[in-house]
Design a protein around this ligand. Structure first.
Ligand code: ZN
Length: 251
């Protein structure tokens, strides 16, 4: 199994010989406005893709979208992806994929099977209070296949009971978490802080945690170096992987 971070939350996941593209945001840098009412007002994405978009989608056999906020599913991805590809996502986003011209849309209510891969949907909280309610719903997904380690893709969520529950229920070998401590001018973080990432690692002592969703969108204020320092202070450097854009994590 291999996970390659493309950029932000966009991953190329190779599992059981199949290639799945996760949360594709394929826009060129600076082509989208900053997130409204957020710090560090600069146009998004902040950085280029580490490979051309057509290479990112080459050989992809299915697409998994945790939710359709612009930094997880954008017009460039919808344009680059062949319309016959299966699109797996939360039921609330089905209409959006169909409107974009995709006809093999597979909403995941609880679980689906695709190829020999079983995909369970998990919950999450995209922030607390009113902000969290406004940004809902979001999902995570757990993928398992014969002979493969279980991988949990948490999606855009803070550390919360739903994440804790998913970790207990599925005991993943790899947990991909969206860090960045994204935030608006008001309200708390809407994605994981360094403490949240450390909490995930603490909840699954045998797992590797892969932290992504940093340095690509303006409202993500937690940088990789800051997270690495916090992880080091917590003694977790050997278990928490912070890949660069384009970097591969093999399991
Ligand atoms: Zn996000």
């Amino acid at each position: 199994m291999e996970i390659r971070l493309v950029r932000h939350a966009t991953l190329l996941l190779t599992i059981h010989g199949r290639r799945i593209l996760v949360d594709p945001m394929l826009a060129d840098p600076g082509t989208a406005p900053p997130v409204a009412n957020s710090p560090n007002q600069r146009p998004n994405p902040l950085v280029p893709l580490p490979l051309p978009a057509h290479e990112a989608v080459a050989g992809v056999e299915a697409v998994l979208v945790t939710h359709t906020h612009r930094d997880h599913w954008d017009d460039a991805a919808a344009a680059a992806l062949p319309k016959e590809l299966p699109i797996l996502g939360q039921p609330e986003d089905e209409a959006k994929f169909r409107t974009a011209g995709f006809h093999d849309v597979r909403p995941v209510r609880d679980a689906v099977r695709w190829s020999e891969i079983t995909i369970h949907r998990t919950g999450g909280r995209h922030g607390t209070g009113e902000v969290g309610r406004r940004l809902a719903p979001v999902s995570g997904f757990v993928l398992g296949a014969p002979g493969e380690p279980v991988v949990y893709i948490a999606g855009d969520t803070i550390w919360c009971p739903e994440v804790d529950e998913a970790l207990r229920e599925y005991a993943p070998a790899i947990a991909v978490v969206n860090a960045g401590a994204a935030q608006f001018l008001e309200g708390g973080p809407i994605t994981m802080t360094a403490d949240d990432v450390i909490a995930v690692a603490g909840a699954v002592p045998a797992a590797r945690v892969v932290a992504v969703h940093m340095e690509a969108i303006n409202h993500c204020v937690l940088r990789r170096a800051d997270l690495a320092a916090a992880v080091g202070r917590a003694g977790l450097t050997s278990r928490v992987v912070i890949p660069a854009d384009g970097e591969r994590v093999s399991v």
